[in-house]
Design a binder for this molecule. Structure first.
Ligand SMILES: [Zn+2]
Length: 202
């Protein structure tokens, strides 16, 4: 079959830009399905033995993680994942970590703690005063009003325009703070994480 603009099955590719598949919107009949099944019988599946070999490129990983920011996995999906993983042995089962690996993980954890500023441990006077002063200054400058939805009072939070994690030098700068209500703060944080992820993830 050779109709212009219509892609026929050459066996090489099923999809070609600008071409319409003959199967578009159609279903195979039972008969055809049986034929295909018989033809493929005994042939290994295209993905046989390939599990776990697919490695998305950095670009794709970035795109996926950007899309997932702020999204919650539904309970249903989580259940599905847990069901799918049941009975599966983990890749590293029975293999204990080498000393080097342990050291690496420890270092990564410490680095991360240093980056976010040990929020809990650092509740010493100096830190607490710095934050409290900054927060109070932001609240009084913005008059206890969410700058986005203009709601006054209620549960308001001081938001860092440039994040606490990525801009430690701006943590206590008045101009880097705004007042947002909980709802707007959530949206602002999602937006901020998206933007800063592009800048800081290398
Ligand atoms: Zn608001």
């Amino acid at each position: 079959m050779n109709i212009k603009g219509v892609q026929t099955n050459t066996g090489k590719t099923h999809f070609k830009k600008g071409c319409i598949s003959l199967m578009l919107g159609k279903h195979h009949t039972k008969e055809t399905k049986e034929k295909i099944r018989l033809k493929n019988l005994g042939k290994p599946a295209w993905n046989k033995g390939k599990r776990g070999l697919y490695k998305p490129s950095e670009e794709i990983k970035k795109r996926i993680s950007l899309k997932l920011i702020g999204k919650k996995v539904s309970k249903e999906t989580r259940e599905k994942i847990s069901l799918a993983n049941k009975g599966r042995t983990s890749q590293n089962k029975g293999i204990s970590m080498t000393e080097e690996q342990k050291k690496k993980i420890k270092k990564a954890l410490i680095d991360r703690w240093n980056k976010i500023g040990r929020k809990i441990k650092n509740k010493n006077r100096h830190h607490a005063l710095g934050y409290e002063t900054w927060r109070n200054a932001v609240f009084s400058r913005d008059n206890w009003t969410c700058i986005w939805c203009k709601k006054r009072g209620g549960r308001l939070q001081a938001h860092h325009i440039k994040s606490w994690v990525n801009y430690p030098e701006l943590r206590y700068i008045l101009d880097n703070g705004v007042i947002l209500c909980i709802k707007c703060h959530k949206n602002a944080t999602i937006e901020q994480r998206k933007q800063e992820k592009l800048l800081f993830d290398k």
